[in-house]
Every structure is written in structure tokens, then in C-alpha cells.
Ligand binder design. Structure first.
Ligand SMILES: *Cc1c(COP(=O)(O)O)cnc(C)c1O
Length: 362
């Protein structure tokens, strides 16, 4: 068996230690004679697995008691609708910051529920190579919330500051950088993230919400999309994605006990990203268009000096055991996603390959 280095943007690499633990427990979870996948979500064993996962997540992120943690389904894309459905019941204008593909999708979906959605800031004119500065943000007086995307997974663009809103709840799509570094949850009203980048397998979606925001739901909101109903039922209003939740729990445990917490994780992530950006910046052959301050530590897009070499690069990198380096279909070029579970050795292998490729083709 060989496991290659996987730079996939999502579903993404999982820590090998987590996969091994899941493999070990697959047929017989802790001597009970059945797989986690085969357990009732109401059983004592499963409820213990689920609450331990939440407890570990709360520990990692220092989530205060007045925040609910919801384990939902439907991916981050469903949150694009759930956010307005759950937060606009008392009126007000949703405000959004536009920074690329994912923010754009969030805006498009929310527009279906809110006339007069307001784009409070945009870097469209800059081709989404930076984020709008704080002093460029213009919120409406009646803002219900301000939504932003902390890390644009496709563009490789990240916020380097937390938008100041003067009390308006901040809502953040953190799908591709949650758990990559410490986080002050108290600065946010709602945080959401699809699992398949830094949390676990696809199928699970995490929502962290301040509990005073649970009473603003629009009346026609489907029960399955209602944050309050989800919270009141401990995320078990219906059958939750039990296996994904269990696996996320293993990832939280790995972050806590193998890595040693999010400060440590952030240190490793910074070192990984710096190595890769240095390799790009130190060559005339590779390039990254993003403003230095807004470069993502999770997704690193880069182009080759000659796009005609893209195909060769992808063929040769794959043959060298470096998987999934193709850029998003809407962008082209290359993209290395280097989430928490991608080890530093993967970056070393990639930069060595890049340097060798440049020597042979540059
Ligand atoms: C991947 C991603 C999404 C979409 O997630 P799904 O779970 O596929 O709906 C949304 N926002 C960001 C920032 C992402 O990285």
C-alpha cells in the first residue's frame, strides 16, 4: 500500500493517523461488535461519540457556553440559504463582502431571500487579488449581518483582518480555513464550514452560532434548515451524518493530542505556506497573483511561465506521487491545497519537484 501526497482542494487529505484509527475501529467499535456506521444515533455509545466530538471542538476553539455548535448536512452551499433564512426574520438588510467565487455564490443565493442585498465591499475590480480594506467597507444602517468568506478556496485569497462592524453580527464562511489557526469565536455571530477541507469527510457541515441569534428565523424556513430546531434537538432532529461526525471527532482528537492544539497547528501551517510561496517567488518560472498580505495559507494557486506546459506538469507530478495539483476548472493553472492534514513532507516533495521541473523545462 502506498499513500501519495494529496493536494486536493476538497474533499481533501485526512490525517493518516485518523484513517488508521477509523480502520482499526471499522468492524468492531471498542469491543461492541459493530461499526459506528451501524449504530443508532440515539444509542448511549453514539451519543457519547457525538458529545465528545463537540467537547473537543469547543476546547480547540475555546467556544463559550452562549454559542451553540450544530452538526448539520447539505454542505456550506446550503448555508448560503440557511444564513438569510435564519437571520432575516426581523427584517434588516443582509450585507456581504465580495471576494471571489464562494462569496459570489453566497451573495447570489441570499439575494433570493432578501430584496436589496447590499454588497458592503468588493475586490472585483482588482480581479479578486486582494480583499477590500476596512475603510472601504460601507455597511447599511439597518444591516442584519455582515457576511464574509475568510478564505477563498479557489482564488487562494484570505482576509488578513477581521471586519469591524460596530455591533452588526459577523457571519463567516470558514469552510477552508477553520481549525487552521486559533480563533476568537466571540467576535462572530455565525461561523459555518463544510467538513471536507479541514474537519472530516464530506456530508457534515459545522455551524457555530451565538444563541441570541436563534430567534430571527423566517417563518417559512424548512425545519431541517432551522438553526433553533437543530440546536434544541442537539443536532439530532433527524438522523445526523453519524459516521462523518465520528470521523470529525477523530480529527479534533488528532488536533488536540497529536498536534498539540491550534497554536501549534498554525505554526506548522505558516511554515508550510512560507516554503511554498518562497519556491514560487524565488523563480521566474512560477507565479502567484495574490497580494502578499492576502495570500492564503491553505490554498496556493500558481501558474507556469508557459501554460502549454501545464499538462506535462500535471502528468509528471502525478507520476511523482503528488496528486490533484490542477487549478479549479474556472481558473486553470495549478493549485496546491495544503490543509492541516497535508504534512510538511508533502510541501518539501512538491517544492523539490517544482525546482526539478523548472530545470528541465524552464
Ligand atoms: C468548498 C467550499 C464551499 C462549498 O462547500 P460544499 O460543502 O461543497 O457546499 C463553500 N465555501 C467555501 C469557502 C468552500 O471552500
Amino acid at each position: 500500500m502506498t499513500r501519495h501526497f494529496n493536494f486536493c482542494a476538497g474533499p481533501a487529505a485526512l490525517p493518516e493517523a485518523v484513517l488508521k484509527k477509523a480502520q482499526y475501529e471499522m468492524l468492531d467499535w471498542q469491543g461492541r461488535g459493530l461499526s459506528v456506521m451501524e449504530m443508532s444515533h440515539r444509542s448511549d455509545d453514539y451519543v457519547a461519540i457525538a458529545s465528545q466530538a463537540e467537547k473537543d471542538l469547543r476546547g480547540l476553539l475555546n467556544i463559550p457556553d452562549n454559542y451553540k455548535v450544530l452538526f448539520m448536512q447539505g454542505g456550506a452551499s446550503s448555508q448560503f440559504a440557511m444564513v438569510p433564512l435564519n437571520l432575516l426574520g426581523h427584517g434588516g438588510t443582509p450585507n456581504y463582502i465580495e471576494t471571489g467565487v464562494w462569496a459570489g455564490k453566497a451573495i447570489k443565493e441570499a439575494s433570493r431571500y432578501a430584496e436589496g442585498l447590499h454588497v458592503a465591499g468588493s475586490s472585483k475590480a482588482q480581479g479578486y487579488t486582494c480583499v477590500p480594506a476596512q475603510n472601504e467597507l460601507k455597511l447599511t444602517d439597518d444591516a442584519a449581518y455582515l457576511h464574509f468568506t475568510s478564505n477563498e478556496t479557489i482564488g487562494g485569497l484570505a482576509f488578513d483582518y477581521l471586519p469591524e462592524t460596530d455591533g452588526v453580527p459577523l457571519v463567516c464562511d470558514m469552510s477552508s480555513d477553520i481549525l487552521s489557526k486559533p480563533l476568537d469565536v466571540t467576535q462572530y455571530g455565525v461561523i459555518y464550514a463544510g467538513a471536507q477541507k479541514n474537519i472530516g469527510p464530506a456530508g457534515l457541515t459545522l455551524v457555530i452560532i451565538r444563541d441570541d441569534l436563534l430567534d430571527q428565523v423566517m417563518p417559512a424556513t424548512p425545519s431541517m434548515m432551522n438553526y433553533r430546531i437543530c440546536a434544541e434537538n442537539d443536532s439530532m432532529y433527524n438522523t445526523p451524518p453519524t459516521y462523518g461526525w465520528y470521523l470529525a471527532g477523530l480529527v479534533f482528537d488528532w488536533l488536540k493530542n497529536d498536534i498539540g492544539g491550534l497554536e501549534k497547528m498554525a505554526e506548522i501551517n505558516t511554515r508550510k505556506a512560507n516554503k511554498l510561496y518562497q519556491a514560487i517567488d524565488n523563480s521566474d518560472f512560477y507565479a502567484n497573483p495574490i497580494a502578499i498580505a492576502n495570500r492564503s495559507q491553505m490554498n496556493v494557486p500558481f501558474t507556469l511561465a508557459d501554460a502549454a506546459l501545464d499538462k506535462v506538469f500535471l502528468q509528471e507530478s502525478e507520476a511523482a506521487g503528488l496528486l490533484n495539483l490542477a487549478g479549479h476548472r474556472s481558473v486553470g493553472g495549478m493549485r496546491a491545497s495544503i490543509y492541516n492534514a497535508v504534512p510538511e513532507a508533502a510541501i518539501d516533495a512538491l517544492t523539490a519537484f517544482m525546482s526539478d521541473f523548472e530545470k528541465r523545462h524552464g
